[in-house]
Design a protein around this ligand. Structure first.
Ligand code: IPD
Ligand code: CA
Ligand code: CA
Length: 265
């Protein structure tokens, strides 16, 4: 399957690269949430390629099949974000990727994330470790939140309800070494996996944003939960991923802010 996944992302990566230098028409699915011809065409190519080889498999994918009804445990699902980082893409910022996770019995069993500009491929298989361009990767060893470099993103609805998002951001900002915001959740997770970032948190992400990256973090030795320390991060719309060592410290910050115990910052 690894070879198939590599071919798949390289094929669809060519479509993204073709459109990256062009002036694209940007449509909006919701305020600030863009989609382009590149997203749609890449997703179509990915789905067709998979269907030819695995006709019995099903899809959960951002542009053409986002509905997640009941997950059937006897079916294999391909969870696809054909372009993660569309805002970056439309502004010609080369931080974006294709993200594909394979889900079986509610668990992501194999994952790939590919930035076609840098040609970096992250890959993981459950129980077999995580790899960046075929070299094994591991999370960082940082023990304390105050020495940590964190990464996050802001949901598209931030303009409607910015309070909690920025409260959390402020609290993490004064509790860590620094925070970065790159604009691609899948790449954020991969960079936790390779030890660049010590931790990541974000809310309102969809399953296609986090399916692949979360397996890559776990296979690199990290920990992934929802905001409450539980396992519901694929469909639960909140996620915390870390090098494991600072995980509890991150959850404590979130708990303080959500419960209103944290002094306003
Ligand atoms: C977005 C990116 C971004 C995150 C947004 C996502 P898209 O995905 O992952 O980093 O902050 O919440 O929706 O729309 O570029 O596929
Ligand atoms: Ca996405
Ligand atoms: Ca997308």
């Amino acid at each position: 399957m690894k070879k198939f996944l590599y071919t798949l992302v390289k094929l669809s990566g060519k479509i993204l690269v073709k459109y990256f230098t062009k002036n694209l028409t940007v449509e909006f699915k919701a305020k600030h949430n863009p989609v382009t011809q590149a997203d749609k065409e890449a997703e179509e190519v990915i789905k067709n390629y998979i269907t030819q080889k695995f006709p019995q498999d099903k899809f959960i994918c951002e542009e053409s099949c986002p509905e997640v009804n009941k997950i059937d445990n006897s079916t294999r699902y391909w969870i696809i974000d054909p372009l993660d980082g569309t805002v970056n893409f439309t502004h010609k910022l080369p931080i974006f990727c294709i993200s594909i996770g394979i889900l079986q019995e509610r668990k992501v069993i194999e994952a790939i994330v590919y930035n076609p500009i840098t040609e970096v491929i992250y890959y993981a298989k459950r129980g077999y470790g995580a790899y960046k361009n075929d070299k094994k990767i591991l999370v960082s060893k940082t023990k304390n939140l105050y020495n940590s470099l964190l990464v996050t993103g802001f949901p598209y609805y931030t303009y409607k309800n910015p309070k909690r998002v920025f409260k959390l951001f402020n609290k993490f900002a004064i509790s860590s070494q620094a925070i970065r915001r790159l604009g691609s959740a899948a790449l954020d997770l991969c960079m936790v996996a390779e030890g660049i970032f010590d931790g990541f948190w974000e809310e309102n992400l969809q399953v296609w944003d986090v399916a692949a990256g979360s397996l890559i973090v776990k296979e690199a030795g990290g920990k992934v939960t929802d905001y409450y320390g539980n396992n519901n991060y694929l469909f639960g719309k909140t996620i915390v991923a870390s090098n494991k060592k600072i995980h509890y410290q991150m959850l404590e910050i979130i708990k303080e802010v959500i419960s209103g115990r944290s002094a306003a910052v």
